[in-house]
Structure formats: C-alpha cells, structure tokens
Design a protein around this ligand. Sequence first.
Ligand SMILES: [Fe+2]
Length: 388
Amino acid sequence: MVSNFYLPVEVFFGKGATQKVGEVARRFGFKGLIITGRRSSKENGSLQRVLDSLKKNGLQEILIYDKVKPNPTDESVNEAARLAVEEKVDFIVGLGGGSALDAAKAVSIVSSNEGSVWDYVKYPEGARLVPFYNRPVICIPTTSGTGSEVDRYSVISSPMRKEKLVVSHSLNYPKAAVIDPLNTLSMPPELTAITGFDALVHALESLTNRAQNFMAEEYAIKAIGLIARWLPVAVQEPDNLEAREKMSYAAMLAGIAIDHLGVAFIHTLEHPVSAHYPHVAHGAGLAALAPYITQYNYEYNKEKYALFAELMGYGNEAYRAVDALINLIETLGLPKNLKELGVEEGILDRLTEDVYMLSRHSFLVNPREPKELDEIRELYQRAYEGSL
Ligand SMILES: [Fe+2]
C-alpha cells in the first residue's frame, strides 16, 4: 500500500500565536477582509487581538464581514465574496468556529473565480465549476473541533434547497492556520462539548473508514487519545489552559486526518439533519447518530474499532466502541437521539433520500457498504428512537 501526505498549510500553534497574524498577513498584501460571526469574536476579545496584530504590522485597511451564522449559508458566502471583489481585498482572515473558517475559505474561492458558491459544492456527480485561483486565507479557530484551519473542506448550507454540501478542492486550503488555545478559553461548556465531539468523530471516522493512509491514521490515533483524556476536563474546567491546548491540538490533528482519509456515515447522515433543521449544531447532530452508526459498522473493521475502544479506555474489543461513545455522550450532556434534537419522525424518509441523492459516494467509503437504502432508513429510525 502506498500512502501520501500533503499539507500545504503553514501552522502556527501555541499560546499567544494570535500575535503572529499581522506578520503572516503582511506577506499577502495590504488590504484584508475578516470573516467572522456576529458576537463571540467580539465578546471574547479575539477580534481585537487580531486587529491589534494587523495594525502593529502596518495593515490599516481591514474590512469586517460579521454575518456568518452557524451552518453558514450560500447567501452569506456570496455576499461576502461580492464585498471582497468590490473592495479588491488582498487576503481573507477567517476568525471563529468552523462556520466562520469554512465560509472564509469558500469566500476566497468564489471571489477569485466566476459563479457563486453553489457552483463549487460537490454533488455525487462532482462540482459544476473548477476554481483556478484563490486569495490567501488565514484561519484562526476560536473553537476546538472542526479542523477546518488545516483542511480543504468548506461545508455550506443552502436554506432554499435544504441541502448541506461540501466544497472540497486543493485551492480551498488556507495558506496559514494560527491556532491559539487562548482564543478558545471563553467557549461555554456546551459548545466545548459539541465541537470537541466533532473532532472525536473526525478521528473515529478517518481511522475506521475504508480509505487507507498509515501516516494520516497516526494523527487520528493521537487525536483520540488526547480527546478521551482532555475533552471532559475542558468541559468541566473552562479555564484549564492545558485542557484547552490539548483540545486545540487534537482538533488540528483530526482535521489533518480527515483531509487525507475523509469521514463516513456519521457525517453523511448528519448533514441532511442540520440542512433541514439549521438550529441543530453539527456536533450535536453527530452525537445523536454516532452510537447507532457505530453499532451498524463495527463488525466491518473490528481491528480499528477495537483500537478506538482501547484508546478511549474501554479495552481492546470492537463492540466496546459503542459503549465508549454512549458513555462520553452521557458525560458531556450531549443529545442521545434525534428526537431530543427536535427532528420529526415524518422527515426520516426525506433524510434517507437526501443521503442517496447528495452523498451516495460515501457508500463506498463507510466501513460497511449498505446493500439497500432501507438500511439508511433503519439507521435514522434507530437514532430517532434511541434504540441500538
Ligand atoms: Fe465534522
């Protein structure tokens, strides 16, 4: 087996790394656009720290687009891209959780090429357009989960189509990631749990799916051990900087793992859920699905699920992976089933169809390949009712 490793993102990691932003941005030009959410980067001081660093390095012309919401929409990406074109910005800074980072990377693609963001998302048949150029992007995460700061993906929602799809292209990497655990200190426990669980599922799915890459798997393995040890601490002790640092690092490692290996059915089945219910946070949707899908999958890659169970502290048997997830979800107070999230039973048929119409390429990647679409419908039913 031949494995490859490719990571075209310059990573700055550590407490106080935000001070480096200006120095990095200066290489890319003079005028920047910061893409962020409405509130948290202002309230937690990270926006001010970024602006201070940019100004200190002589970058005075900085625009701010602060309308990115969780589950970022095509409309907000297109709007910010128009701003980037009209104002002729040289570089883009994504500051926030996965939504802001995903949006910033997509804004770079759309503002540097023709069309709108929906031309670049991947349907099973591929994307309508191929980008040829991008503006440099610097990603600064304020959560520890997404891994978007080091990968080629942007997950974008279309409220009109009720679809959530991914821009995945080698031009969609940021040029630099500035990962400063201090920026995650203000995350409330619930957000810490939700985003940390996302990172865990990235590591779990990249390790167990049918893609193979022994180098990238090392990153997933390291991430699982760190998350098992430190996520509960970060949730219980929000000011514990060591826990924050370990979680920032684990999320980055898991991001590198999915960049090389991809994800699997927990993500595939989650995307239609938050596409139809935009109030559902990605990580919460993952928690409501993870035990049932792991139960469905584990016998098809016993070795890797046993390794996951062991890294989580549950002994070296594949079926224990399910217990490890159930107990962590309980400890973190995450949703245990789809019903708890407000998903209606009547929509499960539609979610199943969406999986086929939008993501059937993942059937060949998931550890277990479904033979009939009814298997997906059954998984949704089990996750809805909370029955393994
Ligand atoms: Fe994810």
